[in-house]
Design a protein around this ligand. Structure first.
Ligand code: ZN
Length: 109
């Protein structure tokens, strides 16, 4: 498979796995109440795939409620990411992960 041979995953669309100039969405770690509690990552999409999503998701506005915080469209973001192909998920949940609560394993890519 062509994508397996790709050495540089910095240019891979996580949805269609083509290597192109892409849109990079940096997702910062948040705090208690968020699915991103203590970890952040990066989502990369080609322009074509990006245009099929709702751009409002990626504004990453933070909703705060007492000690809880979360991104405004977290449910939609995780639903989208969980439909990505396994290589896309690997990049999102493992290879590009960071933060004090990030539990990365050695990447298979
Ligand atoms: Zn794409």
């Amino acid at each position: 498979m062509k994508t397996r041979m790709t050495a540089n995953f910095d240019n891979v669309c996580m949805n269609c796995l083509t290597e192109v100039k892409k849109v990079t969405i940096e997702i910062d770690e948040l705090g208690y109440g968020s699915g991103f509690d203590g970890w952040g990552t990066r989502l990369q999409l080609c322009r074509n795939c990006y245009d099929k999503t709702n751009p409002k998701w990626w504004e990453l506005n933070i909703k705060r409620n007492g000690f809880n915080e979360e991104y405004e469209f977290e449910t939609e973001i995780f639903a989208y990411v969980n439909k990505l192909p396994i290589i896309g998920k690997e990049l999102f949940y493992n290879k590009f992960i960071f933060g004090w609560n990030a539990h990365a394993m050695k990447s298979f890519l």
